[in-house]
Design a protein around this ligand. Structure first.
Ligand code: ADP
Ligand code: MG
Length: 403
């Protein structure tokens, strides 16, 4: 039997978070906010090359219950542990681990003037249905839920321009405090997605545009395969790819967004890296044009071509991802590819609605027969919406009991 990771409703996550908040802190939170994880349909490893990507928000999300404080202390609680520290002492290296993603948001928002320097601190409890470290952006979901919470609590703007500023602060949190060198795609989709749409993210200027993608209406679904292979973006490979992209752009005298011929790069490895980025941006454009004319099944081969490019030119795949993609295709998927940073994590397959069980069973069988870790699965029948305040808690009573 395949194992499925079901989404949990905002209100169920919120009520777990509020219960824990009460028992940890003996008070009511000021509110609860939720932010989604994501899969990237296509446009992988191009967000730090000023490229185009097309992520989709998941129905799986992370919630934070947040209370305000006035003594300069930040207290964080999650399934991974507890951390308490002084807001003034947050710095690269303090805290480390999971709390860095939350403390980093406070630090970055203060740096960016989104929170005033007299910000009095807060209490935060995290609950989530996003698989952690599976390439589905649990990190951005965590950052973005807190970023929106702080903005709402302090009256900072949360219209689209406000959310763009929050997304930038979350990228800084992840890069400068959590020390994970990711681009901006994950935070953009978590804060700025539109339900029923993929989000075109243009990393040249941070602009986004919703792209209608009615999966169920097209009779389609996305099967997400969490390979459960270890995935560690914080280690050197991701950073090395970024350096290669910068080196290629410097040699060619233009960003890879502007280039369509990489043959001037003498070094064969650098040339393959650049060829991935340039060809991937081209595939995003082709997908957009197919979607625009309602030919959604025909994007399948472009997804598969993206995987081949990531596997062979960019060299960020792994046996578990390759096995999942090959097995999904053999099971009749229109297309399949790794999604996210790679070196483990998840793959997606574009399939007929209703085929999820069958394709998953074949992917599981392939992993078993090769002695690989057994994957688990998520299905996506609709593109979810962006970070939001969870109303259920507010409806239960006023935000009482905090300083
Ligand atoms: P991904 O974003 O693909 O899930 P990352 O390695 O970028 O993987 O981020 C995962 C890290 O984010 C975790 O190791 C943890 O530090 C932090 N994190 C994410 N979700 C949670 C959560 N619900 N509770 C605590 N920490 C979390
Ligand atoms: Mg992440």
């Amino acid at each position: 039997m395949s194992e499925w990771v079901e989404p949990v409703t905002d209100s169920a996550l919120a009520s777990a978070a509020v219960d824990r908040f009460r028992s940890e802190f003996g008070a009511e939170p000021a509110g609860v906010w939720a932010a989604p994880g994501r899969v990237n349909l296509i446009g992988e490893h191009v967000d730090y090359a000023q490229g185009l990507s097309l992520p989709i928000a998941l129905p799986h999300s992370t919630v934070v219950a947040v209370g305000r404080r006035s003594d300069g202390i930040l207290r964080c609680r999650s399934g991974l542990g507890a951390w308490t520290g002084r807001v003034d002492e947050i710095t690269p290296g303090n805290p480390t681990g999971w709390a860095a993603y939350l403390a980093g948001v406070v630090w970055a928002q203060r740096r960016e003037g989104l929170l005033d320097s007299g910000f009095g601190g807060g209490d935060v409890v995290v609950e989530s249905s996003v698989p952690i470290g599976a390439g589905l952006s649990s990190s951005a979901a965590l950052e973005c839920a807190l970023a929106l919470a702080l903005a709402d609590l302090t009256g900072a703007p949360t219209d689209d321009a406000g959310r763009a500023a929050l997304a930038r602060s979350c990228v800084r949190a992840e890069n400068e405090i959590a020390l994970a060198p990711t681009g901006g795609m994950d935070q953009a989709v978590s804060l700025r997605a539109e339900a029923g749409h993929a989000l075109l993210v243009d990393s040249r200027d941070g602009a986004v545009a919703p792209v209608r993608f009615d999966l169920a209406g097209e009779g389609l679904a996305l099967l997400v395969i969490d390979t459960r292979a270890p995935h560690q973006l914080v280690d050197g490979q991701y950073a090395q790819r970024r350096v290669s992209v910068e080196e290629a752009a410097a040699t060619l005298g233009a960003s890879l967004r502007e280039v369509d011929d990489v043959s001037a790069l003498a070094d064969p490895v650098l040339r393959r890296r650049a060829r991935h980025v340039v060809s991937e941006i081209g595939r995003v454009r082709e997908v957009l044009s197919l979607m625009d004319s309602g030919r959604h099944r025909e994007i399948g081969p472009l997804l598969t071509a993206s995987h081949v490019s990531l596997r062979d030119d960019y060299e960020v795949s792994c046996p578990e991802l390759d096995c999942a993609v090959d097995a999904a295709l053999a099971a009749g998927a229109y297309g399949a590819r790794m999604t996210g940073g790679g070196f483990g994590g998840s793959a997606i397959a574009l399939i007929d609605a209703g085929a999820a069980e069958q394709v998953a069973a074949e992917v599981l069988g392939a992993a078993r027969s090769r002695g690989l870790t057994e994957p688990r699965f998520l299905t996506l029948n609709a593109c979810a919406g962006p970070a939001r305040r969870v109303p259920s808690h507010a409806e239960r009573g006023p935000a009482a009991g905090f300083a």
